[in-house]
Design a protein around this ligand. Structure first.
Ligand code: PEP
Ligand code: MN
Length: 337
């Protein structure tokens, strides 16, 4: 249920309402909007007499939160969530440009790419150190050594770091090196992992699952948020369909749909979304036009020799050219690079 308190309710009275709801056994989450306290109270349907709650002096209204996801919903939290990572704000007027190699492969590689994407205008360096590979014989990532290189390369160029975590046991290690923890498509419904990142104080980039509906995706965000971490960035990265000419089908409709349903920032990954280098830029441009809050793009200085996802990685010059185009498109939709 959504309980909205009257404007100007003193803090002590609001605290009293929260504790009465908690005492009824409900999980209680608060947000403040336009001078009013809004409370999502979640629990057994019969836990509370809601008609009575509506008569409490401080209560302005009681209504049902219409969707299965509560904290992630715009009904609970009407204004856009903006997530700050150092000097980068994700979900605000400035687009978040996250770029870098699929995998961290070595010092020279990650420093070369970091320099190029920073010069082009990216603010976040991506790179996998623990890789979810379809084949157990494919390159699995450099592990902690890769995280150290990624961090050093990012620091050398004033970039933040996003990197994937695949196991609950590695969350604290990732949090030592990365500013944003990525949950990959294959792990979108790994609830033990979602719980673990729900307990940290760093933003989580939650990719849409390979065959997940938007509702399942938002419910995964809800898992993270229900455990206490409200800093979730959603990432559309394509879904599996019957189409075979692209690696995935990039569902750009998800951007306006999520924007209506949720207050969370949503970015687009046109690299995994298409799987084909020369299809990345058109879909990146379309994503920005559709209202995405940013992009996650794979970039490699020598993609022919990349240890993973070379075929979908932009060359460094192509990324710079794309950022130039994005600058123009951003202006049309009231954003900037
Ligand atoms: C990646 O970002 O390199 C990755 C493995 O992405 P996804 O989980 O979307 O496949
Ligand atoms: Mn990849």
């Amino acid at each position: 249920m959504l309980v909205i308190l009257k404007p100007g309710t003193p803090e002590s009275v609001a605290a009293g309402v929260l504790s009465r709801l908690r005492m009824a056994g409900l999980a209680v989450h608060r947000t403040d909007h336009a001078g009013q306290v809004r409370i999502a109270a979640v629990g057994e349907p019969g836990a509370m007499d809601w008609a009575e709650v509506a008569t409490w002096a401080a209560v302005e209204s009681v209504s049902k939160l219409p969707r299965p996801f509560k904290l992630a919903s715009r009904a609970f939290h009407p204004h856009d969530t903006v997530i700050s990572v150092g000097s980068v704000a994700i979900g605000g007027p400035q687009l978040a440009l996250m770029a870098g190699p699929c995998s961290v492969e070595g010092e020279a590689q990650v420093f070369t790419i970091a320099e190029a994407v920073a010069a082009a205008g990216a603010t976040v360096l991506r790179g996998g150190a623990y890789k979810p590979r379809t084949s157990p014989y494919a390159f699995q990532g450099l592990g902690e050594e890769g995280l150290k290189l990624l961090r050093r390369a990012a620091d050398a160029h004033g970039l933040a770091v996003v990197s994937e975590v695949m196991e609950p046991q590695l969350v604290s290690l990732l949090a030592r090196y990365a500013d944003i923890l990525q949950i990959g498509a294959r792990n979108m419904q790994n609830y033990a992992l979602l719980r673990e990142v729900g307990h940290i104080e760093k933003p989580v980039l939650l990719k849409r699952g390979l065959s997940s509906t938007i509702e399942e995706w938002l419910l995964s965000a809800e898992h993270v948020m229900a455990h206490g971490n409200r800093q979730v960035i959603l990432c559309e990265r394509g879904i599996r369909t019957f189409e075979t000419y692209t690696r995935n089908t990039l569902d750009l409709t998800a951007v306006p749909v999520v924007k209506e349903l949720s207050h969370l920032p949503v970015i687009v990954d046109p690299s995994h979304g298409t799987g084909i280098r020369d299809k990345v830029a058109p879909m990146a441009r379309a994503a920005v036009a559709a209202g995405a809050d940013g992009l996650l793009v794979e970039v490699h200085h020598d993609p022919e020799r990349a240890l993973s996802d070379g075929a979908q990685s932009l060359r460094t010059a192509q990324f710079a050219e794309l950022v130039g185009q994005i600058r123009t498109i951003a202006e049309v939709v009231g954003r900037r690079v």
